[in-house]
Write a protein that binds this ligand. Structure first.
Ligand code: IMP
Ligand code: MG
Length: 183
């Protein structure tokens, strides 16, 4: 790996992992799957703040589902580079989702705790269906057995930043994805 391509955030070194071109290609693939599954329907995309805002923006536009809507919820479970094991809801859902097809858009599924908690909360509001789209999925660290419906990339359990994903709020602006350097 070229040294100059490394980035340092909060004293931790990261190396390139997925390029913006690779990301765009997989976002397009997932969007095509969603467009096919929801043809003639008007789903509500539910973007999980903060990390998923970049992916949600690209994914929603790439589906071409012009009757769809977007809404936002916020949960927090991570501190630094690991899960705290506790999922806190920071911003709740304001829109009525009763009888609607909901597609949750998440940046990454790690332990699966956030995903399970969100789905449990949403099902109380009687949507007609709930599906889950994630940019990144770390199946090895899943503690819950949760499996997302749409996955752009399946990755090993390593800490990732960029394209919306952060280290304590930083690095969300980076157009490419970086992985923490181990050695
Ligand atoms: P889970 O509840 O453990 O599945 O974690 C989900 C949340 O933790 C995600 O929505 C992210 O906000 C955060 N997270 C998990 N892994 C990473 C990572 O590698 N980089 C940045 N944030 C992460
Ligand atoms: Mg998140």
């Amino acid at each position: 790996m070229q040294k100059e391509k490394q980035v340092i955030v909060d004293g931790l070194t990261f190396v390139p992992y997925l390029t913006r071109e690779q990301i765009a290609e997989q976002v397009e693939r997932v969007a095509t799957e969603i467009a096919k599954d929801y043809e003639g329907k008007a789903p509500i995309f539910l973007c999980v703040l903060t990390g998923a805002f970049v992916f949600a923006s690209d994914l929603m536009r790439a589906t071409g589902l012009n009757d769809s809507k977007i809404s936002f919820i916020r949960y927090k479970s991570y501190e630094g580079t690991s899960s705290t094991g506790t999922v806190k809801q920071i911003i709740g859902l304001t829109d009525d989702i009763e009888g609607r097809d909901v597609i949750i858009i998440e940046d990454i599924v790690d332990t699966g705790l956030t995903a399970c908690r969100m789905i449990e909360d949403l099902k109380k509001k009687n949507p007609s269906s709930v599906k889950f789209a994630t940019l990144l999925y770390k199946p090895v660290s899943s503690q819950t057995g949760f499996t997302p419906d749409y996955v752009a990339f399946t990755i090993p359990p390593k800490f990732i930043i960029g394209y919306g994903l952060d280290l304590d709020g930083k690095a969300r602006n980076m157009p490419d994805i970086y992985v923490i350097k181990e050695d």
